[in-house]
Design a protein around this ligand. Structure first.
Ligand code: SF4
Length: 497
């Protein structure tokens, strides 16, 4: 039993406690220390809410317990009434409380034998191991209250579902996975001990002393990540590109927090990590002998190309699947052999499938010869997918793919600057190579935000003035991406060993 003055636990707090007792403690007593929820996280929450609401429609004659989360006692009373009404075949968001644990159950389906099936809805495309404790704590509460639970399910999105237009086929869109055995096992053998530890931690006057480590991002990034990871060194060892968590922990375990403290003969560094270490220690850039030869592979007219895509959990275009990436925008800077630069762009502004118009406009705008420079292989992936999805354009799209040059790969292999801080993304490379240029002045500063804002812009209920504002912000963002590539390319061309 929990101590008398302990705070209530919830599903979220239980999951927090499993990740880290310090996180649980801060969730309960010092929530203000959490990182602010950004637009991307909010979009993930909103997706979860939308998917959860849609999932309920698969259970006709169900009843929603409407009380909000902070009205838990009233929600429990309403749920008790609904539970005793046999005509209600499913209860959505039912509220329950047992031994200071409060839960809301996504769906509780009534069976003919007076038992219930517990259904937890997830917006993921598969059931994951971290979902089991989430179901288990609900089983613990329901069975603790004497409610007979026959089966426990995770209901997730089926990523093989192909949208046919109109209303979703909910039988096809959602998959149910029976997790009764795993959840019962966790509820019986793991949850009780974990709960004891959580109550003990919460009963203390001091925050549990937990070091940062891999658990800070596993299974989810902790909301107190910023609080616990306030950077004290300029070049933390976590800046080493693609270093495993284990290796970082080993370095920290031997007292090495900053890359400058890594000995030259440190075992375990790969060639790139060694290069990064050497550049940081000597505070100088690495320039490969091959840099200029590689740049000469790029021939004029040079087309600097960037796509923006969005991947809604619930497909919106006929023929697409959940989470399928759909390009809606491109920006193209063209640099002629004389060095003259022009700009072309496309942005879908209505709720039609953007792909046909996007491809036609690109094929019209892009020069018939010369190199197409992209930053990463993503543009090539998008064009190859479009070639499959729009067979009428297969040949010209695949021909464009043949002309693509990946500038990111060139930078990764032939150049390094200590101010890259271990990252080769355009947003890390640009400030080091073109300090006067950045994204700070833009309304949209990240591709994920662009995707979210595009979804909002084409939504029917978005006011016209907001659509215009978003359109301008999207155009400015994508244009900056290709402009940045032009500037990075120019700087690289001027660097010699
Ligand atoms: S950031 Fe890491 S150490 Fe800090 S509370 Fe979260 S999980 Fe625990």
């Amino acid at each position: 039993m929990p101590p008398g003055n302990s705070p209530q636990l919830s599903k979220t707090r239980f999951m927090a406690g499993l990740q880290c007792l310090k996180r649980l403690y801060l969730e309960c007593y010092d929530r203000d220390l959490a990182d602010p929820v950004d637009e991307t996280q909010q979009a993930i929450f909103d997706t979860g809410t939308g998917v959860g609401e849609l999932a309920r429609e698969r259970f006709p004659n169900g009843l929603l317990v409407e009380e909000r989360y902070f009205e838990h006692s009233q929600a429990v009373r309403t749920t008790e009434k609904v539970m005793s009404d046999a005509s209600v075949t499913a209860i959505f968001e039912g509220g329950f409380a047992f031994e200071k644990i409060r839960i809301r159950v996504d769906i509780l389906k009534r069976n003919d034998d007076e038992s219930f099936d517990l259904i937890e809805v997830k917006s993921t495309t598969s059931a994951k191991s971290e979902h089991i404790p989430d179901v288990a704590i609900q089983l613990h509460v329901l069975e603790g209250l004497g409610i007979p639970v026959r089966q426990a399910y995770l209901m997730h999105i089926n990523n093989e579902y192909v949208y046919q237009g109109g209303a979703y086929d909910l039988e096809e869109l959602f998959s149910l996975q029976d997790v009764t055995e795993e959840a019962r096992e966790f509820a019986s053998n793991v949850a009780p001990d974990e709960l004891v530890q959580m109550w003990e931690a919460l009963d203390k006057d001091t925050v549990p002393a937990v070091e940062t480590g891999p658990h800070c991002t596993k299974p989810y990034r902790c909301p107190f990540y910023g609080h616990c990871h306030q950077q004290v060194t300029e070049h933390p060892v976590s800046d080493l590109p693609r270093a495993s968590r284990k290796f970082i922990e080993e370095l920290k375990g031997s007292g090495i927090e900053d890359i400058r403290e890594i000995p030259a003969d440190q075992p375990g560094l790969n060639a790139l990590q060694q290069r990064v270490r050497d550049c940081v220690v000597t505070d100088s850039a690495f320039v490969s002998q091959e840099l200029q030869n590689r740049l000469r592979e790029i021939t004029a007219p040079i087309s600097f190309l960037d796509f923006e895509t969005f991947n809604p959990a619930l497909p919106v275009y006929v023929g697409t699947k959940p989470y399928q990436a759909v390009p809606f925008q491109w920006s193209l800077h063209i640099k002629s052999s004389s060095g003259h630069v022009t700009h072309e762009e496309f942005l879908c502004e209505d709720d039609e499938d953007p792909r046909p118009a996007l491809v036609k406009s690109l094929l019209n705008a892009i020069p018939p010869d010369g190199t197409i420079v992209a930053y990463s292989n993503y543009e090539q992936t998008v064009m190859k997918r479009l070639a499959t999805e729009l067979p009428a354009f297969e040949e010209p799209l695949l021909a464009l793919c043949e002309r693509i040059f990946d500038l990111l790969q060139l930078v990764r292999e032939e150049y390094y600057h200590p101010q890259f801080h271990g990252s080769f993304s355009i947003k890390s490379v640009l400030p080091a190579l073109v300090p006067e240029m950045g994204y700070g002045d833009l309304e949209i500063q990240h591709g994920l935000i662009a995707a979210i804002d595009f979804g909002r812009m084409v939504a029917a209920d978005t006011p016209a003035d907001e659509k215009i504002k978003t359109r301008d912000a999207l155009l400015a963002y994508c244009q900056r991406d290709t402009e940045a590539m032009v500037r990075v390319f120019d700087v690289l061309c001027s660097i010699h060993v």
